[in-house]
Design a protein around this ligand. Sequence first.
Ligand code: FAD
Length: 289
Amino acid sequence: MKIRDILAKRERGISLEFFPPRNAGGKEGFMKVVNELRRYDPLFVSVTCSPGNLAHERTVDAITWMRQETDLTVMPHPTCIGATRESIDMVLRKYIKNGIDNILALRGDPPENVPDFHSETGEFAYAKDLVAFAGTYDAFSIGVAAYPEGHPQSPNLEKDIEYTKMKVDAGADFAIAQMFFDNRYFYEYLERARKAGITIPILPGILTVTDCRKIEEFSDFCSATIPPALKEKMYPVPDKPEEMTKINLEYALKQCEDLRANGVTYLHFYTMNKSGIVSRIIDALGMGK
Ligand code: FAD
């Protein structure tokens, strides 16, 4: 089912993001987590994709397992950086052949090992180009990424919104926000977006990781600010997993409660392929079935 139709029908709910296992041997563990979380009746589940053909195969494999073994609505995250029209055409046709009718259309990150790489000169310079191209197939509901604190390469927040609006104008049906730890960034983002005429649903992205080193790693990578209050709690206990889990569970739960109290009805969880903390948050929020 197309995600735009699901969001039009369901006023509230959660969505779940996974990454594909490295190889087919990881299927059992992957599907175990998916099966533990599917009882929450997610709006949809999505699977990340690293650039490159092999990585893409892994995403399609994971999506295919879920399609064959569950009734979940699925969405891969194709990236277009460095791609050609021909290669993207092959990817999109493969999706259609596999019954996939939703995509999160992304540009992706420039390859680190190619110093002179210029994405602007490629056939797909930005995600908006993939949105427009995928739209011509008339087969997909298309989501895009949004950045409450601004994308790290955006010159400023105003330009960031302007570029996001271009993705919407190109045909995006919904957006998923990069992780953030301070809800004010999300509320301010929503305000800027609505002022700019962006009316599509924007789902907040919640990171559910309990290891503080990982939280720092992800935050650095995405330029997401860790509030001092969270740092103060996390830093003294990096080697005490139980305390760390408690702190981060409490933090993420409070964050979700505040979002709900402020009228946010959809929550997108970056599960990191773990079911425990996500289940506990959804149970506590009473958002599961
Ligand atoms: P774009 O929207 O194209 O933006 C890229 C940069 O270009 C931004 O700085 C933007 O401001 C700028 N820009 C956009 N349009 C213009 C324009 N017309 N003129 C000038 N500048 C412009 N990455 C992966 O590799 N795999 C994944 O599975 C994945 N999943 C993600 C899921 C979510 C929910 C999010 C939020 C991000 C995800 N990413 C993933 C990361 C994403 O690929 C990177 O953040 C990437 O750097 C930008 O992708 P984008 O689609 O947002 O690009």
